[in-house]
Design a protein around this ligand. Structure first.
Ligand SMILES: Cc1ncc(CN)c(N)n1
Length: 223
């Protein structure tokens, strides 16, 4: 990201949301170890469901990309979302005794369904710059949160494993590639297009906060 580039502008639009994320009890609980395990378990199952649709949104971003470099990158990241992050989940699944069958039978919580439905709608029907705005927080906020939490550490081995994945250099490299692509692809946008991409970015950033809150409140369907 360059401070002067479009992604710098995007980040400044969510500074308040990012501060609220770092201050959320779910996030604070990862580093001080106070996060109850049942809330983390709820989050992990929902996240496994989320990643299946996120991978679809990335594939759509690939299909919509005007150049082959971006097509290859998004396709590789779609595979990565399924393979790499799922291997992290699988280690949590073992710790919690979660089976694939349980994940399949679990309905998406309202926030998860709203977030993934929005992502898939923008990825299918939005303009390309809106697609970039919508998929970016999923990468970028996790890398920033991971880095911030890595400095704090965690007394809980399980939560430390989660922090290491997102705070590590491997994940950060993916994020840098998407930021560079976004700065390049959005350099010539007019003000209306910049506003539309920013709106998508702010919306999915809000959903990122809501997703952790969904874990914290053990959110399910009220009726
Ligand atoms: C909801 C959510 N957002 C982002 C990430 C990190 N790719 C994730 N695993 N889950």
């Amino acid at each position: 990201m360059s401070e002067a580039g479009f992604t710098g502008e995007l980040w400044r639009s969510i500074e308040g949301i990012y501060a609220a994320i770092l201050d959320h009890p779910f996030i604070r609980g990862l580093t001080d170890g106070s996060l109850p395990r049942d809330r983390f378990r709820h989050y992990v199952v929902q996240d496994a469901l989320y990643l299946r649709d996120y991978a679809r949104a990335l594939s759509l971003a690939g299909v919509r990309s005007p150049d082959e470099g971006a097509l290859v990158m998004f396709d590789e990241h779609a595979v990565g979302a399924i393979k790499v992050e799922r291997s992290l989940h699988e280690s949590f699944f073992r710790d919690f005794g979660i089976t694939e069958e349980e994940v399949r039978r679990t309905p998406m919580a309202p926030t998860n369904l709203a977030y993934t439905s929005y992502l898939l709608r923008v990825a299918s029907l939005g303009d390309y710059h809106e697609v970039l705005g919508a998929v970016l927080p999923c990468y970028w906020i996790y890398a920033e949160v991971g880095r911030a939490l890595l400095e704090r550490g965690s007394p809980d081995e399980l939560y430390a494993r989660w922090i290491d994945t997102y705070g590590g250099e491997e994940f950060n490299e993916l994020v840098r590639a998407v930021l560079e692509l976004t700065d390049r692809a959005c350099a010539g946008l007019n003000p209306d297009q910049r506003a539309a991409a920013t709106e998508a970015f702010v919306t999915t950033s809000r959903y990122e906060w809501m997703f952790w809150n969904m874990g914290w409140t053990l959110e399910g369907w009220p009726v």
